[in-house]
Design a protein around this ligand. Sequence first.
Ligand SMILES: [Zn+2]
Length: 395
Amino acid sequence: MTLEAPLVKAHWTPVPCDVCSSARQEALGERRYTVSGRTQRFDMRFQDAVCLDCGFVFAARRPDDAFLMAYYRDAHIGHRGGELHFDAEARSAVVRRHVRSGGRVVEVGANDGAFTAILKDQGFEAFGFDPVEADEARDVAKGFAGSGAGAPQADADGVVAYYVLEHVIDPRAWLAELASYLKPGGVLIVEVPNYATHPEDSLNMEHLLHFTPDSLARMLASCGFEMIETPGATVAYGQAAVARKTGEVPPPSPRPDAVQSARMAYRQAAAARQARLDAAVSAASAAKALSQGPETPIYVWGANEYAERAAPLLSKVFKSVTVLDKSPSKVGKAFDGLAEPIAHPDDTQGVDGAIFLVCSPNWNRQIAEEILQRSRPALAVIDAVTGAVLSPSSP
Ligand SMILES: [Zn+2]
């Protein structure tokens, strides 16, 4: 019996459209998750809406600052060490194109400082800040934008923020703060998920704001930035923008024609997500069919929503169901509905004839290979995201 961590609830406040300030909005759906952090669990409830005047999709209620701060410190999985998850050369090339050699660059949401370090290596006077990772990172102060953690005032040549804007409670105040770091004419480089091309990635459990290229451009314009380039994004589901601080704000431009495509993208993403959750149920059925009975050890690799769907079904049939994850912040924690805590994949050494359900939307092929290369033979490897049996390969 594991003691459950306390559940933290936010105080939610309704908001108008962030892009055009209209209060006319239509509910699209709710996304609700309980996210387990290192010491607490968080009750995430996003009520998504579309602005009826401009088609912007956003969380119609925002959590309080204290909740979000606690969430990011306790539950957010940052990237640290190891392989970069973005195209570093493409990312730094954009900075070199728009910021003078040796100029001052502030990275907001710098994570483990990997990109800040690359900018320093390229001769920029670079530093960053981040609410989570600063203990290990060099040249990264701990804090959200707005904490005043050593940020320059109006003397930066460039401010860069990759996959941060979609997380912030008050994007207009946040952009105003970033503008305050910049010299007149300084450039802001941002990347965010692209809701127009990748609505399902945009609608992940931490994102409050869902930008199309058009709504991103209008948002930046409404905060005194003039768009100067839209370079390619440095992760697959993203979009990038380079804008110059002008301080001039054009009159708002309604986009009622954008509402219908925003609704359709939301429905399409919700259907795709449901199909993937259904596939996790198919994967559990496949495990039953391939097993040698209830004694067969079952491992579910990836402590995520696919595992949440499949693992409780499996635990009704099999005596030993263990969720595996490589993230140090998850190993040893309870997994909802299972007796065993989350284990590291290395803990499965020496177990023969197990069935593995692999739960990563992007890395299941590689994980399956890793399982098959380990010394002990697996009975079967099943993809919980598609429901397909990866091994034994079908004839
Ligand atoms: Zn709007």
